[in-house]
Write a new protein. Structure first.
Length: 397
């Protein structure tokens, strides 16, 4: 069945927790304390398929199970193909490892000069500040360390990382990630951001977070005040499907935007979740309405046990072609593959270019029509004659 967008439906409500006091429901610490973390808890609320039940039994050997009550409400408990359900409920496919898959698919450990810091690009570093998330995506790139289910024993060394950044003046851009940085306390987060802001050569501070999506209650006035104080702090959130675009997320994004936080979105292309042009178009339209610029669509990384999520790259190119020229340019993200083993992000684009010569560029537009752009200029008149037409005889020797 094709996806049909209800433009006016900003999903909200307490769902399975109707008797919880509103003050508790809006408290992000209550949401964390009451996460769904076990098979028994899930089965109180829904009937799992055999594949899901087997996945839940295996989860703590790969990546812990955790879903906030708020986000659990978005699951269609009667539909095993629900796109929210597929992202958060483990499946037996996680137990099946392919030869091409890697524990550290992006080669981050190889580029880590101190614990918790990855320096792969010349002018920027990735600062991993925690191994915890509010909920755990089953396709997580860092499933080797996030939640410590695989006994990775990750311990970020904040002071070592900060000293490294201070001693490397080529680093102008720092991305805080993890796990999820917004799970840190306000005090700890302010300490890190203030230390980074005090480093003169650090121009650009970013946060990668799915907390606004899993736990919009965390975006409090006090947190927004920190971003105002040390801004601009840029943030990339992670929304994969329009059903995730709730009223609560919209409100959280507005609080961040009004605090001066520029917002972008990074989606991962996932089989049965968003590998459809109409779904992706509905998503990017909703993002713009929430003040969020679609930034990246990632081809899923080659994580162990992730094959059941993998989408053919040609499908990703088809989605970009369905967006380019058919919606506003602000809505068109960049489709990338993060090169396996640590090669960095590589853009994957539809092939609009047909030929480049010394004389011209030949290309096609979104409709498939061919156009030519000349690279050499051919005068239509002698220079003096052309000048007289423009400014008159008095300026010509």
């Amino acid at each position: 069945m094709p996806y049909i967008e209800n433009r006016d439906a900003w999903f909200q409500g307490q769902g399975l927790w109707p008797d919880t006091p509103a003050s508790d429901w809006r408290d992000w610490t209550w949401q964390l304390k009451n996460r769904i973390t076990t098979l028994e808890q899930i089965e109180r609320h829904m009937v799992l398929t055999p594949e899901e039940r087997a996945g839940c039994l295996f989860a703590n050997q790969k990546l812990a199970l955790a879903i906030t009550p708020y986000f659990f409400n978005l699951i269609d408990r009667d539909d095993p193909d629900c796109p929210i359900r597929k992202q958060l409920i483990p499946r037996v496919g996680e137990t099946q490892v392919s030869q091409e898959e890697m524990l550290d698919s992006l080669g981050e450990d190889e580029h880590s000069p101190v614990p918790g810091l990855v320096h792969r690009y010349p002018d920027r570093v990735l600062f991993l500040v925690t191994d915890r998330c509010a909920a755990y995506c089953r396709y997580c790139t860092r499933s080797r360390l996030v939640s410590n289910a695989q006994h990775y024993d990750f311990h970020p060394e904040y002071e070592q990382a900060l000293r490294y950044i201070e001693s490397h003046p080529e680093v102008r851009d720092v991305l805080l990630s993890g796990g999820d940085p917004l799970l840190l306390s306000d005090k700890k987060l302010e300490h890190l951001i203030s230390r980074l802001r005090a480093i003169k050569h650090v121009e650009f501070i970013r946060i990668g977070s799915r907390i606004p999506v899993f736990l919009p209650q965390r975006i409090t006035p006090a947190l927004c005040d920190i971003f105002k104080k040390y801004g601009p702090v840029w943030m990339s959130i992670h929304v994969n499907h329009p059903k995730e675009c709730t009223q609560e997320l919209k409100d959280a994004c507005e609080r961040l935007a009004f605090a001066g936080v520029p917002l972008g979105n990074q989606s991962v292309l996932l089989k049965g979740v968003n590998d459809d042009p109409e779904v992706m178009k509905a998503l990017v339209h909703r993002l713009l309405r929430m003040r969020v610029r679609p930034y990246y669509i990632y081809q899923m990384d080659l994580i162990t046990g992730g094959a059941h999520f993998k989408v053919d790259v040609r499908k990703g190119i088809e989605i970009i072609k369905a967006l380019r020229g058919h919606t506003t340019g602000y809505a068109v993200p960049q489709y990338v593959i993060d090169a396996p083993g640590g090669g960095g992000k590589v853009p994957i684009n539809p092939d609009y270019l047909e030929k480049i010569t010394d004389d011209e560029v030949v290309f096609r537009n979104f409709e498939g029509k061919q156009f030519r752009y000349p690279l050499k200029s051919t005068p239509v008149a002698k220079p003096a004659e052309a000048a007289r037409e423009l400014v008159g005889d008095t300026l010509i020797d």
